[in-house]
Ligand binder design. Structure first.
Ligand code: GAR
Length: 207
């Protein structure tokens, strides 16, 4: 069983896609140990509770400084000791010490085709605002391993989604979720849980 911790910040629709995929057998060999949110009001925590999964709230705002949060967050993760950490719309930067302790065991979903529209300042709805501002005709989503950089780790999977005339950031966000994110993220977890992925020379390969 792949012991997994999911980190969230808001609505938790990606978390819901993971939970549904476990229920329907699309993800196998996987157990969600806990859901961690940096936001006590996150709807994602309700989704976890409804599923009988412990919800933990850890916000940088409740610590004296970022270093104190980073230490506590890393310590909590070590205590939970997951095989995999899934960032499912987690809008807090992962501490460097946690990246190195969980090297190759943290994955993230990002709502664009990396390397477009990613890095510092590109998160949530902002990504879609920027894509529309630029006038791209195709966008999408990416699942990748997390390294010390921002949205720079080895890419696991990507899926393209068409931008349509008249799209608002909200409409585009929803389409990218439905057509890409909710499919890619559960698939990546199932692939990892069943030993189908490996990293060779910084690139992900299917085995
Ligand atoms: C998703 O679109 C996810 O890709 C994005 O936040 C949203 C969370 O939605 N993540 C990032 O922007 C990370 N840089 P959700 O809470 O409904 O799953």
């Amino acid at each position: 069983m792949l012991k997994t911790v999911v980190c969230v910040s808001g609505g938790g629709t990606n978390l819901q896609a993971i939970l549904d995929a476990i229920d329907s057998g699309k993800i196998t060999n996987t157990e969600i140990l806990a859901v961690i949110s940096n936001n006590a009001g996150a709807k994602a925590l309700e989704r976890a509770e409804r599923h009988g999964i412990p919800g933990i709230c850890m916000s940088p705002k409740s610590f004296a400084d970022r270093e104190a949060f980073n230490e506590a967050f890393t310590a909590k993760m070590e205590e939970l000791s997951p095989d995999l950490v899934v960032l499912a719309g987690f809008l807090v930067r992962i501490p460097e010490q946690m990246v190195s302790k969980f090297s190759g065991r943290i994955i993230n979903i990002h709502p664009s085709l990396i390397p477009s529209f990613c890095g510092v300042g590109y998160y949530g709805l902002k990504v879609h605002e920027k894509a529309l501002e630029r006038g791209v005709k195709v966008t999408g989503a990416t699942v990748h391993f997390v390294n010390e950089g921002m949205d720079e780790g080895p890419i696991i999977a990507q899926k393209a989604v068409a931008v349509e005339q008249g799209d608002t950031p909200e409409i585009l966000q929803r389409r990218v979720m439905e057509q890409a994110e909710w499919i890619l993220l559960p698939q990546a977890i199932d692939d990892i849980a069943n030993g189908r992925l490996e990293i060779v020379d910084g690139h992900v390969r299917r085995v």
